[in-house]
Design a binder for this molecule. Structure first.
Ligand code: IVH
Length: 671
């Protein structure tokens, strides 16, 4: 018989050994033992633990927190957010895009654009320090990506070292990783399309695997630059080329929308001859100084737009119409159609949007319909081919009770438009309607919310049916023993799941608020509310003594959001979920350190400003760490008055002792 100490010694030695290989494998991508040996070592450790329950070690593979599973890469916070682009589909959208820019700049100038193919791949960020590739990162959720430097280094188009004096001390180069069409042909059996192939390959835990697939990289923009000497996007693209990067040979500069449209038309056909997939063109304001002034909205730059190629169409027959219930109770009709190939993708579901849409288009089961699919947007039914309508196809009757919980449904009345909403909703608030509950849990775990990537949507459904998860808090009380006995769950996947669940416990307040899935509270609103409440306790006590109403003074929060929050807090189950989650999670709030001149100062405008749009004025204040409020109160620091101000506001400010500034005085304050 072994003594306790001896067993412990053997155990600790094995733990040390496996951690050494773990590091070699995941961090350095240079394992020195075969996979099978690694797995055996793991099994030996787990067996020992089972046999001798007194054994435990934080670094053991059974303890997912201490043991980094293969799927997870180290996280990396982007210095400059990686946002997506807003879309345009036609001339009107483009004219609108330009109009918004000119309004924002409040100038009548001719804008020059850099037009570039929109490559349908995976974006990546490459940070060069003194010309040396130091960090290679995926986009992630836009704020935090995964450190995949070793995988990116296997791509031949990515220089490891840029020997050019012109490269800034620190520069983050961004571009698209993709597989070209020819190379994809060879991988067809493994992946459904080139984009998925690129994405899968890039996230291989072993960069040797990545290097086997011929990924390519085209560079097109920058993130952080320590010293920006470039004047135009087109100059920057040229510079990229001289540094040894691949840029698109189709990039071109134009100075009016009509020429952009012509270029787009040319490309609609040309795209099929390119050796990689593109799903549109990107137009960027060429002047980088103007780009800087224009800045970003919460999810896209104001200075760029993606002009998508027109959609693909096909005809198919409606087999059935399903009513899906969404997270906010919306009843969405979905046509189940005979599977049809639309532009390379097999489609068997097409959305019918809402009740009114079915009525308006008189869509019936049995009908042959025209279906449209554009990029990654859900396919939708465009119109009915009436020539194929048969007499026995009866009108579709939209249910008036929820198909999931049988509660009453309703269409809300919109006071502004004086119309009923087109969407019908289940009136059952929250977790008592099965479908709403499942959708809310799916939302809770999603990337921009709590972010549990080991727990996908399909798994949520499975665990729901097995009664493992009925409320968000159940996620933190899962029986891993039981899960490991389910079909398809191995040691590694259970350990991954445990790891990502443990990992999700530390969460920022804004993400937590967003994860609750409160209607009308998107990411941007959640951030605003987190900045206002600062602690979970304050957030939870919003419902008390009319505190929600205080939110109305904050720019970005309106009556709709307030009503929705009130409704959320009225529901007892919501409160219970909140209580439970606040016991389990470690919710933190970190104020982004404000350094600007207008730190902690609030502003409000009245009247027309000279030479600057309201939008640019607002963004100038926010860039300097000030905030904008929407009503005059004691809490307001400055009222800035332009031409023809509202007298009531000025008088109120005077009564309350709020400082009043002219536009000139405000400019002086800024400079
Ligand atoms: S510029 C702030 N240029 O399209 C975003 N993006 O839908 C600046 N993309 O996430 C991006 N080709 O992955 C830019 N020539 C191009 C692009 C391009 C493809 C991708 C990129 C981005 C996505 C937005």
């Amino acid at each position: 018989m072994f003594k306790k100490e001896e067993i412990k010694k053997i155990y600790t030695a094995k733990i040390k050994e496996i951690n050494k290989h773990n590091k070699l494998y995941y961090d350095k991508s240079s394992p020195i033992i075969p996979d099978r040996e690694f797995d055996n070592l793991k099994i030996e450790i787990l067996d020992l633990e089972k046999k001798y329950p007194f054994l435990n070690d934080r670094r053991s593979p059974s303890n997912a927190v201490g043991f980094r599973p293969s799927k997870n890469f180290e996280k990396y916070k982007h210095k400059v957010q990686m946002l997506s682009l807003s879309n345009a589909f036609d001339k009107e959208d483009l004219l609108n895009f330009e109009k918004k820019i000119l309004n924002f700049l409040n100038e009548k100038i001719v804008l020059e654009y850099s037009a570039e193919p929109k490559i349908d791949g995976i974006s990546a960020s490459l940070t060069y320090l003194n010309g040396k590739l130091t960090y290679g990162v995926s986009r992630g959720d836009g704020n935090v990506g995964e450190l995949i430097t070793n995988n990116l280094k296997t791509i031949k188009d990515i220089p490891n070292l840029v020997k050019n004096n012109n490269i800034p001390e620190e520069i983050e180069i961004r571009g698209e990783v993709f597989i070209d069409k020819k190379d994809f042909e060879k991988l067809k059996n493994k992946f459904s399309n080139p984009r998925n192939a690129a994405s899968g390959t890039l996230r291989q835990k072993d960069s040797k695997q990545t290097s086997k697939i011929p990924l390519k990289f085209i560079a097109y923009t920058f993130g952080y630059i320590s010293d920006n000497k470039f004047k135009k996007q087109s100059d920057f693209l040229k510079e990229l080329k001289s540094w040894g990067f691949l840029t698109s040979e189709h990039n071109k500069v134009f100075n009016n929308i009509l020429d952009l449209l012509k270029f787009h038309k040319e490309f609609e056909n040309k795209r099929y001859n390119l050796n990689y997939d593109i799903d549109g063109l990107v137009y960027k304001v060429n002047n980088l100084q103007l780009q800087k002034r224009l800045g970003f909205t919460s999810n896209a730059p104001r200075w760029a737009v993606a002009h998508k190629f027109s959609a693909n169409h096909a005809y198919s027959e409606i087999l059935n119409i399903d009513i899906q219930v969404g997270r906010t109770g919306a009843l969405t009709p979905v046509a189940k159609v005979k599977p049809v190939n639309i532009g390379g993708v097999i489609v068997s579901n097409a959305t019918l949007h809402n009740e009114d849409e079915i009525l308006r288009k008189d869509i019936r089961v049995g009908d042959t319909v025209k279906i449209e699919r554009a990029g990654d947007v859900i396919p939708h039914v465009l119109e009915v081919d009436l020539s194929k309508r048969k007499k026995n196809f009866s009108k579709f009757i939209f249910p008036i009770t929820c198909p999931s919980c049988k509660s009453k449904t309703e269409k809300e009345y919109n006071k502004l438009t004086k119309r009923f909403d087109a969407v019908r909703r289940c009136t059952n608030e929250g977790f008592t309607c099965e479908k709403i509950a499942i959708e809310r849990i799916k939302h809770f775990i999603s990337k921009d919310a709590i972010n549990i990537d080991g727990l996908g949507k399909k798994v949520v459904e499975k665990f729901w049916n097995l009664n493992f998860i009925k409320l968000p808090q159940d996620i933190y009380n899962l029986d891993y023993e039981k899960i490991s006995k389910l079909d398809g769950w191995g040691l590694q996947s259970v350990s991954n799941l445990k790891f990502s669940i443990e990992n999700s416990k530390k969460v920022k307040l804004d993400k937590f608020i967003y994860s609750l899935g409160i209607r009308h509270i998107g990411m941007e609103n959640a951030k605003i509310i987190a900045d206002f409440t600062k602690t979970l306790k304050n957030f939870c006590s919003l419902s008390k003594s009319n505190k929600i109403k205080d939110l109305i003074n904050i720019d970005g929060i309106g009556e709709t959001q307030i009503k929705s929050l009130e409704k959320f807090f009225e529901n007892k189950i919501n409160i219970k979920v909140l209580d439970k989650l606040s016991e389990i999670l470690k919710i933190e709030y970190k104020q982004i350190e404000k350094k600007g001149k207008l730190k902690n100062k609030s502003f409000m405008f009245t009247g027309k400003l000279q030479n600057i749009s309201r939008a640019e004025a607002k963004s100038l204040i926010e860039e300097n760490s000030g905030s904008i409020v929407s009503s005059v109160s004691k809490k307001l620091d400055y009222l800035i008055i332009g031409d023809k101000p509202t007298n009531r506001k000025v008088n109120q400010a005077k009564i309350l002792g709020v400082k009043i500034l002219t536009q000139k005085e405000w400019s002086e304050l800024l400079n």
